[in-house]
Design a protein. Sequence first.
Length: 443
Amino acid sequence: MNNTVKLDRTLGLWSVVLFGLAYMTPMIVFGTFGALATASQGTTAMAYLVAAGAIFLTAISYGVMARVYPVAGSAYTYARRSISPSIGFLVGWAVLLDYFFLPMVIWLIGAAYLTSAFPSIPGWIWIVGFIAVTTLVNVVGIAFANRVNFILMVVQLAVLAAFVFLAARYVVALNGPGGLASVTPFFKADVPFSASVAGAAIAAYSFLGFDAVSTLTEETKDARRTMPKAILITALAGGLIFVASAYVTQLAHPGFEFASVDAAASEIAKTIGGDLFVTIFLATLVVAQFTSGLAAQASVGRLLYAMGRDKVLPSTFFGSLHPKWHTPVLNLALVGIVGLLALTMDVTTSTSFINFGAFLAFTAVNISVIALYLKNNPEVKPLGVLVGLVIPSAAAVCDLFLLWNLDGNAKILGLVWLVIGIAYLAYLTRAFQTPPPEMDFAE
């Protein structure tokens, strides 16, 4: 393998932002609406606002680190170079939690909506079907998903806009124009703020794509200037989309009781737009989940292959490619097998489980900025105490606070994952006597 080959820097600011928004899958605001409305007791807009605030503060730290280290690798690279190789490894292990189980969540959400639409068909058939078809496509090649990604992004935004418009029209028909000016999606006298925070811990799942743009650093023109802007714009745009969508949707359905919590948006879509719109909505959501699942499974397959290639994981299994298709077939199959856990989980627990790894990674990035500031790094120190110390400290506290408010089962599963990572790190480093192997994300 030629280590001198470099990635081409061809991407501009808006190309990177579009990638981030596509990765976030804007319609996910509806995919998790029922779980979020239940957790926040009907204050979904406030839940998204709290999550957006924490994410935006963290996005500032990501922008700083992308300027200092304009290379691929994201939180793993930042923590490894700023704090220590061992902490970097554990951050990478936490990020692996996101990648490894994200396809499972995507397939679970898609299956929940199909089960709601076709109740006579057992839900496990949809989950197994998603896994089988997605794995097959990824084994023989991912070109299909890459071709339709942009088109799907436009369709998603169009259906999302139609949903918000129909929901607003429904609210006006019931309560007049003044019905659109209500604080109830943000605040209810009988709902404690802790409920909104619990909802925010789930809402953060919708923002996971904002940091994915940092993986394009080595393919972006003038990355030191472009990447910080792209990260902040992606986080801000996502926040505006999610808060506005949740606000209007919550007005159209003021409560938090649904026939199916995991498929709540279909129920609301039928109320505001009738059978035709709910059919369009369901088709778009399912196709979005399918292509999103394709990309997520392909990403974790590539990540596991990189870890195997660099001897972070056993290379015999994880570092092998199929001789004909040149894809990591064993890794893709493993992700598919793990996806079968969706048969025993619900959306609330599974999204919270994913967020456990995300919040740890976010916290590490904020601490990385603080570490560089305290070390008088020549690129971070001039940014001043606000950007170098106050904002990352506040962001780290927010991230840990949201982590603490995750679903209890998710916290247990996340801690077990972290303990396994520490044990594996001890094995790799001979009881912490040698540095852990380093992953090369540039290839």
